[in-house]
Ligand binder design. Sequence first.
Ligand code: GDP
Length: 299
Amino acid sequence: FKRLTQGLAKSSDKLTGGIAAIFTKRRLDDEAIEELEELLIASDLGVKTAAKLTGNLRKTRFGKDVSDEEVRTALAEDIAEILTPVAKPLEIDPANRPHVVLVVGVNGSGKTTTIGKLAQYHREQGLNVMLAAGDTFRAAAVEQLKIWGARTGCPVIARTEGADAAALAYDAVLEARENKADLLLIDTAGRLQNKTDLMQELAKIVRVMRKVDTTAPHACLLVLDSTVGQNAHSQVSVFREIVDVTGLVMTKLDGTAKGGVVVALADQTGLPVHAIGVGEKADDLRPFSATAFARSLMG
Ligand code: GDP
């Protein structure tokens, strides 16, 4: 909790500083509400969610004297309410051997790092985890995943650069099954510059792995870089057109003032948020807690 608070320090500083500036011995009038709404939008909570939050405050406190602390507490409660339905850990069904998780997202969003962190976490839980280097387009991505495999003690299935990603995914599911792996995490390429290619490649990966296991993938995680702020919404739309996204992981929440985007995404997509990344190391993945996040955001 403490580290989450530190991780969200920039988002929180912006919001709490802004709220303090608006509500210094002040009545909750139209002007104050408008200023608050602008602050929430500037903090990446999005227009709709900002309006919903200020609407709630208006209903309960309009015309009353309010302190900044009271406003923060009320907002934290409402934000926690928005986040609660989406705060769900990634569940690994032991009936699936392996439970196949396809990890998608644009390049640089933190896919490979998140896979490394998830591998570490689930290994510690006693699961037999395997990784597949499905971003066959970039040699560096394959190397990066191999480093995470070595670091976490998880075998990595990889092919040479330029190999067919779907063929690799097929082999990976087979190999993971033969090795009685509990969990197979598959990295993918995220070249959003060419949407048609990406769409075809991901569709083919899914189609081909289903020749081994008709129920795979059992989850499709979209990894989003929180620092892109409102841009995250368009990434969600694009990837949902391509694959059946089942949940989100938000990365780089350390050192960004854009943590509010998590609230906007929760409110507007309803997609589960499985975990958040608060650093580059193996243990810098946090389970997503609605109340802890809301409180950290509101200082
Ligand atoms: P990919 O291209 O989607 O696989 O992205 P990578 O996993 O290679 O990550 C891109 C960069 O972001 C790397 O330098 C990572 O170390 C860094 N990164 C990933 N997750 C986090 C995070 O939660 N916090 C911070 N500060 N950096 C992160």
